[in-house]
Ligand binder design. Structure first.
Ligand code: HEC
Ligand code: HEC
Length: 323
């Protein structure tokens, strides 16, 4: 401390004042540090959030290991290539997420969501096993199904296991429960119009929302081909496969049955029932020449044997190549 020459220098007073301020700051520092260790002050705690027996902390690890944040925003962090996922569990619900994540290449249809509601654990989390009640409780699911159900998405199809999906949904349930003080802000992008989000043509929409056969036991019997067609639309196959010979994400189905497919390893295989069945249950067993492995999700956990047979019958109905 310097005093001008000839002026009174209250050195002791100034030193005491400085020390008093320093002491006050030190007390505040220690007190606030202690408060910051208090248990989360009413916030959701990931270790206390469970979803159908799956774990939110584990889900965060899955989220990081697949680098979901490289494309998505969550709780204010991440990239802006893909939608904010913070509150999606709240808005779209568990059954919609269960339908989306295993085959993210296509948007789920109502049939796919209904199928997941038949799982008692998922229905318990959703609060209902009835599709109409579900769509009312989770309007974002209803909107996504109506506007985009069955269409292709720009999200990559990740090879997620059942366990990883359950844990991811537990993590998204946790972020939904966080008090984010209103983040992400409204208006959310839901409800705005996007070119990709134009409604399906009426015929496709009717097929997309058609009740699958097992739900309508008393209804008139549906032929295997018609059942297979509804299932193919329902499960998003037609987002990647054309019913003629055109190449979409995957090969066209027109004239496929009875033909000979050339595989990526150069071998040739006759397309019969067994080959088609294996292509659906274990897509990477044979990779068609000109395509990448991993592009098509396995439907082994989503389709029953009778359903696979119906889809195979439908593919066969799209034209047979006679040897
Ligand atoms: C390469 C970028 C990319 C990665 C990595 C990625 N996503 Fe996506 N995801 C997208 C895009 C793009 C969309 C929007 C698709 C569309 O609108 O067609 C999307 C959509 C979604 C949706 C639906 C969002 C909504 O509002 O309807 C969910 C849920 C989702 N992703 C979860 C995940 C999870 C979980 C991971 C990690 C395991 C992940 N994504 C990794 C790009 C990505
Ligand atoms: C995300 C896109 C995608 C979805 C959804 C999808 N597939 Fe595929 N599928 C592909 C791709 C890509 C290939 C070629 C690579 C391979 O052989 O795995 C393929 C191959 C096939 C083949 C072999 C075709 C041939 O020319 O030999 C059949 C059969 C098939 N898929 C049926 C289905 C059925 C049935 C569904 C729905 C239950 C379905 N796919 C859903 C992308 C998809």
């Amino acid at each position: 401390m310097s005093c001008k020459p000839g002026e009174p220098c209250h050195e002791g007073l100034k030193r005491r004042r400085a020390l008093a301020v320093l002491g006050l700051m030190a007390i505040l520092f220690v007190a606030l540090s202690a408060v910051s260790f208090l248990d989360s002050r009413g916030q959701a705690v990931p270790s206390q959030v469970g979803y159908a027996g799956f774990d939110a902390v584990e889900g965060k690890r899955v989220f990081q290991s697949y680098n979901c944040m490289g494309c998505h925003t969550i709780v204010g962090n991440g990239a802006y290539f893909a939608p904010d996922l913070t509150k999606l569990y709240d808005k779209a619900g568990p059954a919609w997420l269960e339908a989306f994540l295993p085959s993210a290449g296509a948007w789920p249809t109502s049939g796919a969501v209904r199928r997941h509601l038949q799982d008692p654990a998922i229905a318990a989390e959703a609060g209902t096993d009835d599709l109409d009640a579900y769509l009312e409780a989770y309007p974002a699911a209803a909107e996504r199904i109506a506007r985009r159900g069955g269409k292709a998405t720009t999200m990559p199809n990740l090879p997620l296991t059942r366990e990883e999906i359950g844990n991811l949904i537990a993590f998204l349930k946790y972020t939904s429960q966080m008090n984010t003080e209103g983040w992400p802000p409204t208006p959310a992008v839901d409800g705005l119009s996007f070119p990709q989000a134009t409604p399906l043509p009426a015929a496709l929409r009717a097929a997309a929302t058609a009740t699958p056969q097992e739900g309508a036991a008393a209804a008139a019997p549906v032929s295997a081909v018609a059942h297979g067609e509804a299932l193919a639309v329902d499960n998003g196959c037609t987002a990647c496969h054309a019913t003629d010979r055109q190449r979409l994400v995957g090969p066209g189905w027109g004239g496929l049955y009875g033909s000979t497919t050339t595989l990526a390893d150069g071998s040739a295989v006759a397309v019969d029932e067994a080959y088609l069945t294996q292509s659906i249950l274990d897509p990477d067993a044979h990779i068609v020449a000109g395509f990448e492995p991993g592009a098509m999700p396995s439907f082994a956990d989503m389709l029953e044997a009778g359903e696979v047979a119906a889809i195979v019958a439908f593919i066969r109905s799209l034209g047979e190549t006679k040897p």
